[in-house]
Design a protein. Structure first.
Length: 258
C-alpha cells in the first residue's frame, strides 16, 4: 500500500486527521491525497463519528501539490491523476455526512489553501497565512480558484490568484476564508469547543442539514426555497426531529438516536 502520510485518531465522536509529512511541508502528493481520502472515508457512516478535524504537523499547514510530481519527467497521465484525486478529495469533504473543520496553524498555499476553503469550518491561529502563488512559477492556481472563488469575494480571490501575495489570518477572517482566528495557544481549545458543540446534536439531522446547505447554494432562490421547504417537512419525520421538538416542549434534554 502507499506510504501513510496522515495520522488518524478518534475519540468521543471527533476524528483528527493530521497531515504528517512536515519535511515536505505536507505537500499534497499522490500518496498524501490517497492517505487523506482513506482517512476521510474510513467508517464514515458509523454513529460514533460526528465531526472531522484536519490539522498538520510542522510550521506549514500544507504547501499544495508536490511540484516534483508535476515536472516533465512524469507523463501527462500522471499529472491528470494527481489533479483528479485532488478534486475528488476537495469535493468529498462537502459530500461527507459530518462537518469537517480545518485547524490551521501556519502557511496554507495553493492546493493547501484550496483544502482550507473546501472545509465546512476553518479555525486559524494568528500566525497563519493563505496564498495561491502558482502564477509565480508559471502554473496558475486554476483548481484552487474553484474553492477560493466560492468562499471569497471575487476581487479578493482574483488579487490572490494574480499576485500570489498571502492573506494574513485577520484578512482571511475579514473576507470569509476562515471562521475564526485565535492565538496559537488557544487553537486546540477553540477547535474542540466547536467540535463538542456539534457532537451535542443529532448526527442524522446534521447530515441532512449539511447536504441540503450545499445543494441549495447551487440553486436560484425559488428553487432553493422549494427544495428546503420539502427538506424541513422531511426533517420532522426523522426520529430525532420528533424527539427534539418533544424534548423542547417538555423542557428536557433530547436523547438522540442518530
Amino acid at each position: 500500500p502507499p506510504e501513510k502520510l496522515t495520522v488518524r485518531r478518534q475519540a468521543e465522536g471527533v476524528r483528527n486527521i493530521v497531515l504528517n509529512n512536515p519535511r515536505k511541508r505536507n505537500a499534497l502528493s499522490l500518496a498524501m491525497l490517497q492517505s487523506l481520502r482513506e482517512d476521510l472515508l474510513h467508517d464514515v457512516k458509523s454513529r460514533d463519528l460526528r465531526v472531522i478535524i484536519i490539522s498538520a504537523e510542522g510550521p506549514v499547514f500544507c504547501s499544495g501539490h508536490d511540484l516534483k510530481e508535476l515536472s516533465s519527467e512524469d507523463d501527462v497521465k500522471h499529472h491528470s491523476q494527481v489533479f483528479e484525486i485532488c478534486a475528488e478529495v476537495m469535493t468529498l469533504i462537502q459530500k461527507l455526512p459530518v462537518p469537517v473543520i480545518a485547524k490551521v496553524n501556519g502557511l496554507a498555499t495553493a492546493a493547501g489553501c484550496q483544502l482550507v476553503a473546501s472545509c465546512d469550518i476553518a479555525v486559524a491561529s494568528e500566525k497563519s497565512q493563505f496564498a495561491t502563488p502558482g502564477v509565480n512559477i508559471g502554473l496558475f492556481c486554476s483548481t484552487p480558484a474553484v474553492a477560493l472563488g466560492r468562499s471569497l469575494p471575487r476581487k479578493v480571490a482574483l488579487e490572490m490568484l494574480f499576485t500570489g501575495e498571502p492573506l494574513s489570518a485577520q484578512e482571511a477572517l475579514m473576507h470569509g476564508l476562515v471562521s475564526k482566528v485565535v492565538p496559537e495557544d488557544k487553537l486546540e481549545e477553540e477547535t474542540m469547543k466547536i467540535s463538542q458543540k456539534i457532537c451535542e446534536s443529532s448526527k442524522s439531522v446534521v447530515a441532512l442539514g449539511k447536504a441540503t446547505f450545499y445543494r441549495q447554494m447551487a440553486q436560484d432562490l425559488d428553487t432553493a426555497y422549494k427544495m428546503t421547504t420539502q427538506v424541513m417537512a422531511d426533517n420532522l419525520t426523522l426520529r430525532d426531529g420528533q424527539e427534539g421538538i418533544e424534548a423542547f416542549i417538555q423542557k428536557r434534554k433530547p436523547v438522540w438516536s442518530h
